[in-house]
Design a protein around this ligand. Structure first.
Ligand code: HEC
Length: 252
């Protein structure tokens, strides 16, 4: 038995590095996001285009149940636009006669989910629930760079790698085999501001939107940080001036 264990350990020491190498992912591309750095802001136009990508593409499979239509004000949608966006969605409800029906959405409603429950989500996605996107950017190492990498990282599987049906090869997904079919193609959406809908542009825009929903308070937080630094600088200057004045007449 002991010999067997030793042999098994030795064998795995030989095999495992090979497996680990096969599963390694390349370093993430480092994008220059508008929200990076202490003065970062949301690129409003990009985030609004990203909402369109979410609505037209991702929302067919991914829920975003902690986000409300009124939150869209944070990326510059007007009250009237938000009302119209919400009203275009059918929200399930129980009618006064007890039967199931729908009503137009309101700005105070949470984003509608594509599936009524996890079982239905699994059944439609080869046994895997597409993760909720409310805080997805923050839930993954690499944040926005990782999301962008996944969306643009579908490639042909290298020779010798078998991709079972229902799975797709993605350079950046841990283990490379992902249950999500490539969601973006060039011209998958029609941008109304004249921006060309390349795959990279769509990926950048939807990632900006996903970053916003995960961090809606980011701009306020960074503004507060800048104010605190300015305040501390002024306070240090003042303290120094007072010290000079108080000690000015003291003989050394
Ligand atoms: C046809 C259904 C479908 C569509 C459309 C879709 N996804 Fe997915 N997505 C999935 C499934 C299923 C998974 C789970 C994959 C897995 O765990 O193998 C997933 C996983 C992901 C992941 C997570 C990878 C991880 O680390 O767990 C990201 C990021 C993602 N999707 C982003 C998007 C974005 C952005 C869009 C819209 C542009 C989108 N998806 C559209 C089905 C979909």
């Amino acid at each position: 038995m002991r010999n067997f264990l030793v042999a098994a350990l030795a064998a795995s020491a030989l095999i495992l590095p090979g497996v680990a190498r096969a599963q390694e992912t390349p370093p993430l591309p480092q994008l220059n996001w508008s929200f990076n750095g202490p003065f970062g802001t949301f690129d409003r136009a990009s985030a609004q285009r990203g909402f369109l990508v979410y609505k037209d593409v991702c929302s067919a499979c991914h829920s975003m149940k902690y986000v409300h239509y009124r939150d869209l004000a944070g990326i510059g949608f007007s009250a009237a636009q938000i009302k119209a966006i919400a009203a275009s969605v059918d929200v399930p409800m129980i009618k006064s006669d007890g039967t199931a029906g729908t009503r137009p959405g309101l700005p105070s409603d949470a984003f509608a989910s594509p599936f009524p429950n996890e079982e239905a989500a699994k059944a439609a996605n080869d046994g895997v629930v597409p993760p909720d996107q409310s805080v997805l950017v923050d839930a993954r190492a690499g944040g926005p760079d990782y999301i962008y990498a996944i969306l643009t990282g579908y490639t042909k599987a290298p020779a010798g790698v078998r991709v079972p049906s229902g799975l797709y090869y993605n350079e950046y997904f841990p283990g490379h085999l992902i249950h999500m079919p490539p969601p973006l193609q060039p011209d998958q959406v029609t941008y109304t501001d004249g921006t060309k809908a390349t795959l990279q542009q769509e990926a950048r825009d939807v990632t900006t939107f996903l970053y916003f929903v995960s961090n809606p308070e980011m701009e306020a937080r960074k503004r507060m940080g800048v104010h605190i630094v300015i305040f501390l600088a002024l306070l240090s200057g003042l303290t120094y001036a007072v010290k000079r004045k108080v000690w000015a007449d003291v003989e050394h």
